[in-house]
Design a binder for this molecule. Sequence first.
Ligand code: 13P
Length: 257
Amino acid sequence: MARVPLIAGNWKMHKTHLEAMHLVQALGHELAGHDFAKVEVVVCPPFTSLRTIQTLIDSDRYEFGLGAQNVYVEKEGAFTGEISPSMLAALQVRYVIVGHSERRELFDETDDDVNHKVRAAFAHDLVPIMCCGETEAERDAGETDAKVERQVRRGLKGLKPEQARTAVIAYEPIWAIGTGKTATPEDAQATCSLVRKVVADAFDGSVADDLRVLYGGSMKPGNAAALTGQADIDGGLVGGASLDAGDFAAIVKAVPR
Ligand code: 13P
């Protein structure tokens, strides 16, 4: 099965719901005529904009997919401040970013937490975009492969092969996030290829062949083609550049098809 490239915009904590509407409308304009079956496009706004964007997607028949940036593991209950996977699914949210390095580093999420969230997502028909990646110090110490392997193995633990097959893994070197520094296409390819090998070992080769691996970290219109042109890079998880409709659309259009 050929993997359909995916470009997902992680808006992080940006945009009120009104600003979010404007951004999606501008993106709709920029991507008019785009073939979404060839390159899938997903926007991941903050929770407060999900309902607004869902309504806009429905009414204006946009073909963007909708993603959330986090999720809790329980369906409902006394968990003040949390959002459940079923609440997201009810909003036609299809994807959820899990284990972003900002959540791991700033909010102390562990590999086990990430694994619970991945499994909770699948239990409610959401597709996790599970993030992994090393810090600059880990990279300098030659620990990239060991860390990424650990994050991938622990994050996907307990999944059925048919679930793992549809998961998305985003390799995001932490030193490249929001810094303007990008991994070279060759370095990014090497780590994304490692991710696929780990998945092949944990499940089997056909699961690894189907699972999509994204690169994230200062992806821009100017570097998107070279990065997404690598054999094991199936698209991007885009932060800063996803806040600008023109830049985000240019990244989508840069993906070789
Ligand atoms: P930037 O594209 O701003 O570097 O962010 C990447 C990222 O963290 C996406 O999840």
